[in-house]
Design a protein around this ligand. Structure first.
Ligand SMILES: NC(=O)c1ccc[n+]([C@@H]2O[C@H](COP(=O)([O-])OP(=O)(O)OC[C@H]3O[C@@H](n4cnc5c(N)ncnc54)[C@H](O)[C@@H]3O)[C@@H](O)[C@H]2O)c1
Length: 270
């Protein structure tokens, strides 16, 4: 059972996300960053809508959901390559939750070949798939769900430093993350007048299914721990807690940003 982290301000004790309903896409298993975010947000009192991509991951997500303090408002399928599924997600959330106050976009995909060979060899189809699933889906989900947003809503996505610097084998995913980070800024501009904030968390490497698809990922983990100022890799819980903060009103002045949760790796020159 996850314990609540109470926050104290001016003598008042409250939970950061009490009264907020937040939709999180997508959880694959207990190692998923989306699951770490779900646990942190649940601990802060949020009511959650949990997403999974397909039947293969459905049961795992339903079982994980039972570990939360608060039963999820809904557990929904969402394959972002199918625009009809995004429409159905909107309709289901409207029906089951009405208003929501946050969207977490924690999903990405590139065909394995594109993460093993030289970037120069990236095929057109693989490029388009990576960009569609990993970057365009943020635009599509934001557009579908923003009509359901209540006051002070927050959109959060997950990115990686390979958007800025060359990480061998990260390849087209680095290009997709660069598009994702630019999308964060444009969406922040479009949705800001409605009070909606849009930010990215640039997480350090974490051993998940998606990460294992990148050739040489274990070397990336090793080198990261050697070079990062904190001399270790980041924990999923630390990414989850940052997402909880960004979704909360404590982050009310932050939008269009990329926040690093990477044990400091990005500040190093050598
Ligand atoms: N693990 C890391 O080292 C790391 C670091 C920085 C950023 N990220 C980012 O974090 C996010 C979550 O990845 P993760 O590491 O938790 O891995 P993960 O494999 O647990 O999660 C990836 C999710 O993407 C979903 N997905 C893939 N194709 C999809 C589609 N067509 N429609 C809907 N969902 C789809 C999968 O079902 C899965 O739930 C990704 O954006 C990833 O790039 C990961």
């Amino acid at each position: 059972m996850v314990h609540n982290i109470l926050t104290q301000t001016n003598g008042e004790v409250y939970v950061l996300l009490q009264g907020k309903r937040i939709a999180i896409f997508n959880i694959a298993n207990k190692r998923s960053i989306a699951w770490a975010i779900a646990k942190s947000m649940d601990a802060q009192g949020a009511e959650l809508i949990l997403g999974y991509q397909n039947e293969r991951t459905k049961t795992a997500v339903e079982e994980l959901a039972q570990e939360l303090n608060h039963k999820p408002v809904a557990v929904l399928p969402c394959d972002v390559s199918d625009p009809e599924q995004i429409d159905r997600v909107q309709a289901s959330i409207r029906e089951k939750a009405g208003t929501i106050h946050g969207l977490v976009h924690s999903l990405a995909f590139a065909p394995r070949e594109a993460l093993q060979n030289a970037y120069l060899l990236t095929e057109r189809e693989h490029f388009l798939t990576a960009l569609e699933i990993s970057a365009y889906s943020l635009v599509a989900l934001s557009r579908a769900l923003s009509p359901l947003f209540g006051d002070k809503a927050s959109i959060i996505t997950l990115t990686y430093y390979g958007s800025e610097k060359v990480m061998p084998s990260y390849n087209v995913m680095g290009v997709a993350k660069a598009a994702l980070e630019a999308s964060v800024r444009y969406l922040a501009h479009d949705l800001g007048p409605a009070g909606v904030r849009v930010n990215a968390i640039s997480a350090g490497p974490i051993n998940t299914v998606a990460a294992r698809g990148v050739s040489g990922f274990l070397d990336i983990l090793y080198v990261h721990a050697q070079r990062a100022p904190l001399k270790r890799t980041v924990e999923g819980r630390e990414v989850g807690d940052t997402a909880a903060f960004l979704a909360s009103d404590l982050a009310g002045g932050i939008t269009g940003e990329v926040i690093y949760v990477d044990t400091g790796y990005n500040i190093m020159g050598f």
